[in-house]
Design a protein around this ligand. Structure first.
Ligand code: TYM
Length: 333
């Protein structure tokens, strides 16, 4: 708790372009929650380097993600908005938490296994340690809630385990955070293979809709989306994964409930439905893209946001780090 508001923490990696999966599962949700909570949002560039990055692109994607956060409606006056590498306490606490985390726990992480298979030539220590750095992020800010997509659920569980382990060994030090998952769209799937999550780094770019895609591209990608042969717009993720995925997307972008969306397309074919989904998404993305471009032209403003963000984030993070150092017996001056 900070004042009378609970603390909310979340982050995204500045890798490639964000997809509408990231938007629905995370950023849109953050915007909706920023009034109710004391919010801290990071750009997780230290997580990003666990797979090889082009330095110039990583730098560019960092500002681009910051501009996108703000363009989506995150208000830097109301929230702390900062770049992870600007606050050294993340690396420092991650080191300490490493000594409270078991190798076996990290080896069991689904994302580690998936990414190891995908990047077999570079299974580095950082890739394996990724969830501990994420635990450090969250625990430094004493977060009560962490809104994420379901792909991060396992990382959140291990964060809770580490916090509880530390608190039990010493005395209550960390708030044990709760994961918050959106009701519709906590896992948006690939348009061409609805058994997989929509990903920034998908092999086939036609399965992912990026926030930066122009109108024609968005509509074309939805036209090609995989459905089924029943010609019936109904939410049934087990038997109709493609159509259900499109319904989740349409529901979020049109602001209607899934039932309302089903009713709207009763008796209509998939062609009409897919076009409507594409148009709803393109209509919502256009103003976000325009605002992001406007912000990116004002580097001084963006740098100012990062500077202020780093100062307030560091102040909060160092308070926790200092408590931890004291408890574990690090001699302090
Ligand atoms: P990242 O950058 O992969 O994704 C950012 C957020 O988007 C969500 N997400 C999705 N939601 C629904 N459907 C999808 N297809 C989809 N794809 C991604 C993710 O769940 C995430 O919420 N490790 C994190 C970043 C991170 C973090 C943290 C998050 C670093 N430290 C501390 C929370 C708290 C990540 O890689 O997210």
């Amino acid at each position: 708790m900070q004042g009378d508001k609970k603390i909310l923490y979340s982050a995204a990696q500045p890798t490639n372009n964000l997809t509408i999966g990231n938007y629905i599962g995370a950023v849109k949700n953050w915007v909706d929650l920023q009034e109710e909570y004391d919010c801290v949002f990071a750009i997780a560039n230290m997580h990003a380097i666990t797979v090889r990055q082009n330095p110039a692109e990583l730098r560019k994607n960092t500002l681009s993600l910051l501009a996108l956060y703000i363009a989506c409606g995150i208000d830097p006056k109301k929230c702390v908005l900062y770049l992870q590498s600007h606050v050294p306490a993340h690396a420092e606490l991650a080191w300490v938490l490493n000594t409270f985390t078991y190798v076996g726990e990290m080896e069991r992480m689904t994302q580690f296994k998936d990414k190891s298979a995908k990047h077999a030539d570079n299974i580095n220590m950082g890739l394996m340690d990724y969830p501990v750095l994420m635990a450090a992020d969250i625990l430094l800010y004493q977060a009560d809630v962490v809104p994420v997509g379901v792909d991060q659920r396992q990382h959140l569980e291990i964060t809770r385990d580490i916090a509880i382990r530390f608190n039990n060994l010493y005395s209550p030090t960390f708030t044990v955070p709760e994961g918050v998952y959106v009701k519709v769209g906590a896992k948006i799937n690939d348009l061409l293979d609805p058994s997989k999550k929509m990903s920034k780094s998908a092999e086939n770019v036609n399965g992912s809709v990026f926030i930066s895609d122009d109108r024609d591209t968005v509509i074309r990608k939805f036209k090609r989306a995989v459905t089924d042969s029943d010609a019936c717009v109904k939410y049934d993720p087990q038997n109709k994964p493609g159509v259900s995925n499109l319904l989740s997307i349409y529901s979020v972008f049109s602001g209607k409930t899934v039932e309302e969306c089903e009713r709207e397309f009763e008796g209509k074919g998939y062609g009409d439905f897919k076009l409507a989904v594409g148009e709803a998404v393109a209509d919502k993305l256009a103003p976000i893209q325009a605002e992001q471009a406007r912000l990116l032209a004002d580097k001084a403003y963006l740098d100012g946001v990062l500077k202020d963000g780093a100062e307030s984030a560091a102040r909060r993070a160092n308070r926790t780090l200092s408590k931890v150092y004291k408890k574990i017996g690090f001699y302090q001056l």
